[in-house]
Design a protein around this ligand. Structure first.
Ligand code: SAM
Length: 213
């Protein structure tokens, strides 16, 4: 968890951090990834499945002390073969295996036709009383960040853009509205749809929580 001083510094420096998009913490500042992981970790209730974990399974390993499992549809650097699940509508876990499932910066990357089936599968692998946590940015911020990472990788030769490396599907989006997420959570059987905005990102990112009754 970040200290109060770190949060104050991160709030003041948000525009610089958002435009430079460094992947790891640097110059005494938190990366946007560290920040979103920090906000999500506060709501994790126990053994956690991080669905769409990205490179190196950073959330489970660095923010939950390894207490959970990170999986992804794509064989990113730092993941083992057992962490690759090509079809997340058919997860290789028994019913009620997890206290929390996280979908961090990726709900818009789930192709639209499989969003409901995937949430139904998330519901199945959660224990009763468990929660699902979905993060989503403001629409303009999401489009700007996606364009910035594409541009940086092209011009500077960096490799920040995980979605470019994987290759985006035509049914993916840059952004999904809260109303759509809430409706899909409801259809999957979740109650709640609690909203929390990220203060140190000036409210331009947030998370939504659904609970399995
Ligand atoms: C922007 S990256 C975010 C990665 C990581 N969660 C993070 O916060 O750094 C989007 C991730 O969504 C994953 N993804 C793509 N299709 C998915 C699907 N159907 N279900 C879950 N994740 C998916 C991608 O492979 C990628 O790892």
């Amino acid at each position: 968890m970040r200290s109060s001083l770190q949060k104050a510094i991160d709030t003041i420096t948000f525009p610089f951090r958002a435009l430079t998009l460094f992947e790891e913490d640097r110059f005494g500042l938190s990366s946007l990834a560290t920040e979103r992981f920090d906000y999500v970790a506060r709501h994790v209730r126990g053994h956690c499945l991080d669905l769409g974990c990205g490179r190196h399974d950073r959330f489970i390993q660095n923010h939950l002390g390894g207490k959970g499992v990170g999986i992804d549809v794509f064989a990113y650097e730092g993941l083992t073969p057992d962490q690759i699940v090509e079809d997340p509508t058919d997860l290789p876990f028994p019913d009620g295996s997890f206290a929390t499932v996280t979908l961090i910066a990726n709900f818009n990357h789930i192709p639209e036709p499989v969003r409901d089936p995937e949430l139904a599968e998330v519901f199945r692998v959660l224990e009763p009383g468990g929660n699902v946590i979905i993060t989503m940015g403001n629409p303009l911020a999401e489009i700007l960040v996606h364009k910035l990472v594409e541009g940086y990788d092209r011009v500077l030769g960096t490799n920040i853009d995980m979605d470019g490396e994987r290759g985006m599907h035509e049914d993916e989006d840059f952004f999904v509205p809260n109303r759509e997420i809430a409706e899909r959570l409801g259809r999957a059987g979740f109650t709640g749809s609690e909203l929390h905005y990220f203060g140190t990102q000036w409210g331009l990112n947030h998370l939504m929580i659904g609970t399995k009754p």
